[in-house]
Design a protein around this ligand. Structure first.
Ligand SMILES: [Zn+2]
Ligand SMILES: [Zn+2]
Ligand SMILES: [Zn+2]
Length: 385
């Protein structure tokens, strides 16, 4: 996995006490690029899909929705014709038929509640639920219903679909030759903190597993249906729990610059950095909020830059061409770019922050404990600030 770090000034060590951590391999002046990481598992939320491009992940301030979309599944929107075109080999074959199946998750409140109630029933009769010590069946009777609304489930489904497709593409075309492109294996090497899950969370994941594995097949889909792909990638609940937990502990919110989280992504290379409430790395907002008064100008710039990415004249076999198109579509996805916030000395730990470092000490620490399951021992916390 350390090959992901390629030319960047980073060395990774691990020891009993600190686990894995990254240090500067040389003096890094303030403002220098420290990492440009690529995603494995990236998706916009269901709610933000119409204002965030599914190819390049730029976010737009709009009164309605982005100008281009897929009329077949209505699940992806694009900022430009060029994004639509570049993404289409990936979308048409891999995403679109599965999105159509995911759309069968009912949108009327009563039908959706009925679905969750049926999952709750399944959980109650699942022997694993009892063995997890979840208390009485009464506690369980509305477990799924109380935790998830349709938007949550759809957002989770979008991300899971992206993850499964990445695995599928890897199986089909083999790993990519470029060092900096993470693989399924790189993802699974990240820390899941499985042991920190509460019994209730564990059961909810069981519920989500039942739900996704039971998505209805759409007749006439040429491609492997979602439920089958899902169960091939996650043969049992445990594989699913691990992947979701890794996302929980290593995921980056795709913030749009207006404090709205438009989606989620995991950048395996960026997970080498530990947390500190006074980080020395600054993340460049990969996702730009474009639009408002000067939207016209900004969209123009993006179209131009994406046009320069158009495929070269196709050469090689059909299979080769297809592979290059798919990889190209994946390369449009926004990266995780980290810069040195101040001068960093060789050997110093490289850190970024999972929470807003300006928050009060106790609020920061509670957030870190609740979401990432650890007690922060950074210098700022140790000083009591
Ligand atoms: Zn775009
Ligand atoms: Zn579609
Ligand atoms: Zn701290």
């Amino acid at each position: 996995m350390t090959s992901l770090l390629g030319p960047f000034p980073i060395q990774v060590f691990s020891d009993q006490q600190s686990g894995r951590y990254a240090v500067a391999s040389k003096d890094i002046p303030a403002g220098s690029l420290v990492l440009r990481g690529k995603a494995f598992g990236i998706a916009t939320t269901h709610t933000c899909r119409k204002e965030c491009c599914s190819a390049c992940f730029n976010a737009y301030t709009l009164t309605s929705s982005l100008p281009f979309s897929c009329p077949t599944c209505s699940s992806v929107y694009y900022c430009s014709q060029s994004c639509l075109q570049s993404h289409s080999p990936l979308h048409t074959q891999y995403e679109c038929p599965r999105f159509k199946e995911l759309n069968s998750i009912p949108s009327s409140t009563s039908a959706f509640d009925k679905l969750l109630a049926s999952i709750d029933k399944t959980l109650e009769s699942d022997p694993r639920t009892v063995s997890l010590g979840a208390g009485t069946t009464n506690d369980l009777s509305s477990l799924m219903e109380s935790c998830y609304d349709r938007n949550d489930i759809m957002s989770m489904a979008r991300w899971i679909l992206n993850f499964c497709i990445r695995v599928e593409i890897e199986c089909e075309f083999g790993p990519r030759p470029e060092d900096d492109v993470p693989s399924h294996k790189d993802y699974l090497e990240l820390v899941p903190n499985d042991e920190c899950l509460s019994p209730a969370e564990r059961i909810q994941f069981h519920g989500l597993y039942h739900l996704f594995a039971g998505i209805k097949k759409e007749k006439g889909n040429m491609r492997k249906p979602f439920s089958q792909l899902f169960q091939e990638v996650f043969p049992s609940v445990q594989e699913f729990v691990t992947v979701i937990n890794i996302r929980q502990c290593n995921g980056f919110g795709l913030w749009d610059g207006e404090a709205e989280c438009m989606g989620n992504a995991v950048y395996p290379a960026a997970s080498f950095f530990n947390h500190s409430c006074e980080k020395n790395l600054e993340r460049e907002l990969g996702m730009r909020r474009v639009g408002g008064d000067d939207s016209g100008a900004d969209v123009g710039v993006i179209v131009e830059s994406l046009d320069s990415l158009q495929l070269e004249e196709s050469i090689g076999s059909e299979e080769e061409r297809k592979k290059r198109e798919i990889w190209k579509a994946l390369d449009l996805q926004v990266g995780n770019v980290l810069y040195a916030k101040r001068d960093i000395k060789k050997g110093e730990w490289l850190t970024h922050s999972y929470v807003d470092g300006d928050l009060e000490r106790e609020i920061r620490r509670k957030g870190l404990k609740d979401v990432y399951y650890f007690d922060c021992r950074c210098e700022k916390c140790e000083r009591g600030e």
